[in-house]
Write a protein that binds this ligand. Sequence first.
Ligand code: BTN
Length: 246
Amino acid sequence: MEIKKESAAIASMAGRASESVLVLDEIGSTNTELKRMAREGGEAGLVLIADSQSAGRGRLGRSFFSPARSGLYFSILLKPKTLDAGRLTTMAAVVTSDAVSSLFGIEVGIKWVNDLFFGKKKLCGILAEGVGNGMAVLGIGINLERTAFPPELAELATSIEEISGEKPSRNQLAAELIMRLDKIDLESNSHMEEYRRRSILLGQEVFLPSGERVLVRDIADSGALVVEKDGRLTELATGEVSVRWQ
Ligand code: BTN
C-alpha cells in the first residue's frame, strides 16, 4: 500500500501530524479499510483518503460511484464516548455543509438523513459505521468534478465544479473537513439547529418505502424524522424517505 505525498500536504494544511493522514491511490472502500486499520490498533483521528474506490459503499447496502480524480473519498476514525451512528451522520452533514459553504460559497441542503443536495441533485453522501471496538468510522464522499456518471446517476448527481464553475482543490477540502471535525464535540446535539435549518424535507410531503405519503413535521434532536401520518406524529429513527420533486 503506497502512501501518496499528498498525505503530508493535507496534514500540514489541517495542522495535523503527517502520519495521521493517509492518501492512497485506489482502494476498495476507505471505510472498510479504515475499519480494518482500527481493529489493528489505528488511533482515533486517523484519516484515510483514496483517489478512487473500486467498491465505494453507501447506506442501505448501496454502492457509491467513486471514479479517479472526480471526488473526495474520505474516512476518519472517531472514538465518541457513546456510539451513535445517527448523531455522527447528522454532525457530518452539518460539518460538510459548512466546509463547502466556506470554501466555495455553495449553500447545500440536507436530505435526511445523510445526503447533501444542491437543488434536486445529490452532491455528497455520508456513511457512519461502528467498528466493534468502541470506535466509529465516518465516511464522506463528495462529487468534485463533472464526470461520466453512469446513466442512472447522471440525472440525480451534481458536483462542486458544475455548481461553482471552477475545479475545486480536493486537498484543501479534505484539510477543511479535518480541521472542522477535529473541533467538534462528539457528544453534543448542538449541531441539530443548523441541521434543521438546512433540511430540505421540513414541511414537505414525502413518501415512505411503503409508498405512504406523510408530512415532515420536525427533526428531533436524536436525528429522528418526525412525520405526520393519519393525523398522528411518528418518529422514524432511521431509513429513508423519497421526495417527488415538483
Ligand atoms: C450514501 O450515499 O449513502 C453514502 C455514501 C458514502 C460514501 C463515502 S466515500 C468514502 C467512504 N468510503 C465508502 O465506501 N463510503 C464512504
